[in-house]
Design a protein around this ligand. Structure first.
Ligand SMILES: [Zn+2]
Length: 392
């Protein structure tokens, strides 16, 4: 037994990871003004000023930089802003998360966070698909562009302009997680060079990256807590969820709660991705229901009714019961959602092992997800894909 724990603190803490600030949603979204203090697995002595490490580094241009393109690739060779140093304790949470220098630190922390989550699901380290040319990912926290992109050796973030106020995507966890999603897909299943005409690689990678974003967002305890409190646990009801989603401040949830089927979408990659994203979200909700029933927080009847066709009375009754149950045992609602999130995340990640970028279709992707999932998880996916007209 250690009688002097305070003496041990510095050295033992240094061995457990490094602290950063992350905004789970951009700080201008009501309810998300405060960042979360998160631990990343990377150790303080593995991080150098920048921040930079063996896998990635921040290059923050002093003057405005145009986005990378076919003829322009890393490394950035213009004048950079000074690299950001950790605080005296080796951590980054003593710095002001809203200061200009922190933009790069925030992007760096978000990328690590998303990688940690998906490497957990994958069961291995993501090996950059560009590592034959560039050993490290270059992170550009601010470019002159209203967009964000990840490509061969880089991830760069622009900004949107809302009423004259710039909103940098470097503070937008959704946008960053989505781009990391693209990097994970390329790294796991390759690039679609010489893809067949039937290949749905581009819509799939948009949809999958949105799922990476949604599931990564749900990895914040604070986000799960806020979501459940605002809905009183009522992810239970499609109708309510959809109504709630239209005004939801969380971008990923707005995207994911749609009712599009494959026969209704165009060839546009973002539009064509919607049924897949919707199917994944429906599966999370369905598994959340099952987990709630299993832990005694919801009636068994919930699983038997078609929630898309509830009468208004039934709908109100379910909502009231759910709210009551949530007030009594919010912990079980959290656990139910977290388990659903991880079961779906793991199936998505493992499904990549069997996919090939050159020939990929949504039907193949669905088949691979079903193979990767077991029991009730596969069953929930099967029903969701069927409703979306994604056959396997
Ligand atoms: Zn994208």
């Amino acid at each position: 037994m250690d009688l002097h724990p305070h003496v041990m603190t510095a050295s033992t803490e240094a061995g457990t990871g490094t602290r950063f600030w992350i905004f789970p949603q951009p700080p201008f979204i009501p309810g998300y003004e405060q960042p979360d203090r998160v631990w990343l697995s990377i150790l303080p002595n593995e991080i150098f000023p920048g921040p930079s490490d063996a896998r990635m580094y921040v290059a923050d241009p002093l003057y405005s930089k145009q986005p990378y393109g076919y003829s322009r690739l890393p490394p950035f060779n213009g004048i950079s802003r000074p690299p950001v140093h950790a605080g005296p304790d080796g951590h980054f949470d003593s710095l002001d998360p809203l200061s200009r220098p922190y933009l790069g630190v925030h992007a760096y922390a978000c990328i690590h966070r998303v990688l940690e989550i998906w490497q957990s699901y994958l069961g291995h380290r993501v090996q950059w698909f560009f590592d034959a040319t560039f050993p490290r990912l270059e992170i550009i926290p601010l470019v002159e562009w209203d967009n964000a992109q990840a490509g061969y050796g880089f991830l760069e973030l622009g900004r949107s302009d809302v009423g004259g106020t710039p909103r940098p995507y470097a503070l937008n966890f959704d946008a960053i997680a989505h781009e990391v999603g693209h990097l994970i897909i390329f790294s796991e299943i390759g690039v679609p060079v010489g893809a067949s005409r039937e290949s749905e690689f581009f819509p799939f990678s948009e949809g999958f990256s949105d799922c990476v974003s949604l599931i990564s967002f749900l990895s914040f305890d604070s986000a799960v807590d806020r979501l459940l409190r605002r809905t009183k646990g009522d992810l239970l009801l499609y109708n309510e969820l959809n109504r709630f989603a239209e005004t939801s401040p969380e971008t990923q949830i707005r995207l994911a709660t749609n009712f599009r089927r494959m026969s209704e979408v165009t060839r546009d990659p973002h539009d064509r991705a919607l049924p897949f994203v919707g199917a994944v979200f429906d599966t999370i909700v369905e598994l959340y229901h099952r987990n709630l029933v299993a832990n005694g927080s919801a009636e068994r009847r919930l699983l038997d009714v078609d929630l898309r066709h509830l009468t208004l009375n039934e709908f109100d009754r379910f909502r009231e019961l759910t709210a009551q149950s949530f007030r009594t045992k919010p912990l079980y609602f959290q656990l139910a959602l977290e388990k659903a999130r991880d079961d779906v995340g793991r199936a998505l990640a493992i499904s990549l092992k069997k996919l090939d970028a050159r020939t990929l279709t949504f039907n193949q992707a669905a088949g691979s997800i079903l193979d990767a999932a077991d029991g009730a998880v596969a069953e929930a996916f099967r029903a969701s894909f069927a409703w979306r007209e994604i056959s396997y």
